[in-house]
Ligand binder design. Sequence first.
Ligand code: AHR
Length: 665
Amino acid sequence: MALTVSGQTTGTKTFQVKADQVYGEIAPTMYGVFFEDINLGADGGIYAELVKNRSFEFETPLMGWKELKQNNAEGSLLVHNRGELNGANPRFLRLTSKSDNGGYGILNEGFRGMGIKKGEQYNFTVMARQQPGSNLPMVVELLSAKGEKLGSATVTPTGTDWKKYEASITASGTDPKAQLQVIAKGKGALDLDMISLFPKNTWKNRPNGLRADMVQLLADMKPGFLRFPGGCIVEGRTLDERFQWKKTIGEVANRATLVNRWNTEFKHRHTPDYFQTFGLGFFEYFQLAEDIGAAPLPILNCGMACQFNTGEVVPLDQMDPYIQDALDLIEFANGPATSEWGKIRAQMGHPAPFNMKYLGVGNEQWGEQYVERYKIFEKALKAKYPDVKLITTTGPFPDGPEFDYLNKTMRSLNADIIDEHYYRAPEWFQQNATRYDNYDRKGPKIFAGEYASQTVAIASPENKNNWKGALSEAAFMTGLERNADVVVMASYAPLFAHEEGWQWTPDMIWVNNLQSFGTPNYYVQKLFSTNVGTHLVPIQRNNANVTGQDNLFASASINKKTNELILKVVNTSDKAQDGEFVLTGVKNPQSKGTVQKMRSSNLGQMNSFADPKALSPVQESISVKNNRVKLSLEPYSVNVIKVKASSLANNTATSSSKGGSTQGR
Ligand code: AHR
């Protein structure tokens, strides 16, 4: 299954690399990550809460819960709604136990079970109160899928006022499908809310924290930015179901649960139990970005619901709340701790600003209705925060009438950064490695905000995270990188998928309740993001950029901080090709460089929970002689060559970086 886009040639392929001909800078934001709560990405995924429907706010209040009667115990469960008093968290459960003996209670199934690890500590918390005259203890137990006890604790709420109670359990066994039960012992009645179980071992051991293994995979990429919270989730199926950042901050119990729009989006992957608790809210997203060294890049609803669904719009004269949300978000992120919104950030534990420099207005909108609304945002935001770069959209497709209209319009409006999305076949990625070669150097910058090779068809459930897709993305990414003077950000999408809870595939990282692994697509992204230079230099064959001739693709950069030359070379053919890289402008290169290779003769190769790194980079050393590097470019391979020098020729950006010539780019 050769991915041949042009004919083969024989003989050594000579590449001229001119490290002294810098033609542009690479933005530190260049390679980032795109986060959306799709595929159980947040609830049931990176957000480490193990209890599903902890506050009974799902559409069906007891979804995820079961009544339990031990030794024929009698009792009743009654859902109360105090909506008048607490609009954000209206429901709680009254558990009335009617037997002296036995135990009456509830069992939570978790998100396709709960991932529990032997020897680890789990922190149980609950909001509870006794009903008058009652003094019921609760036994909290972790059970394996087979019903064996993995640990327990007893909590006895005192008094008739709501209070928070805590207990910790150390698990005696490992199970990806464990469950939690809460059993009242004796007669009486208890009110329960926010029944929660977290591993102690979260990312940075934070309470209400994130799964450490999943964050680590992101941190390992050293991403330049973190885009959040989506995706179509920002838009909502209806405007009522849109993402509203202000409802995702402050006390976790006061963040109103909302349906997740991906629950029934695809008939082939219905997920009726998919809701957003917003335990991972905007504060936590900013904190995550900071933790992994990524620039925060929030995207806000622009007064339009998803156009693949209702496409509802807010009347133009009623946009004020949306604009105010955007202004307040900038203050929340960047304002002093004394400002109205900065104060809330400080109260949540982060007095220092988050230093947000980018804001997305709308996700994947199209049509005049987007332009009309974008202009209102632009006017208000630029008046108050001229330094915050706004990201505008060109719709869901990389070409066609919607794209052309918005591309032209946004350029005429002198937009800061334009977001382009491409969910396309692997062949498209190879054929479009030159996409940006002739983009206007003086116009808006580009954010390649969502892309992924669709190995079968867009969002087909048969798409695979295989080498064919990842290799094609690598070929395309050399084109992004060659044009990094205009493309300032790029991110693969979607990011996470739960093996039993996904709606969309392919996805960069797959998880189950205990494990996570990076796909070949992940390792391609990581190869690029962890080997990114500071400046662009030409790499050419026969005075032409390397954009698919002989199925070879290449980009080159230098890192002025480390004096390294970095070459990325992709061979999409099924033949090994001998390459010789002739380096100019590299002074006293070290005699040994490195090459990181990803290769497989099997384009269908994937990674798995059993073999998570089956296809991942391996590093070898490589000789540098007479300013030349020779490398056999193996069939279907991505190669990152690094050569360190005592210095790189001193140079400055040439005029080609500022516009005009594509020669040498
Ligand atoms: O990444 C999945 C979806 O694809 C995103 O939510 C949306 O922006 C795009 O259509």
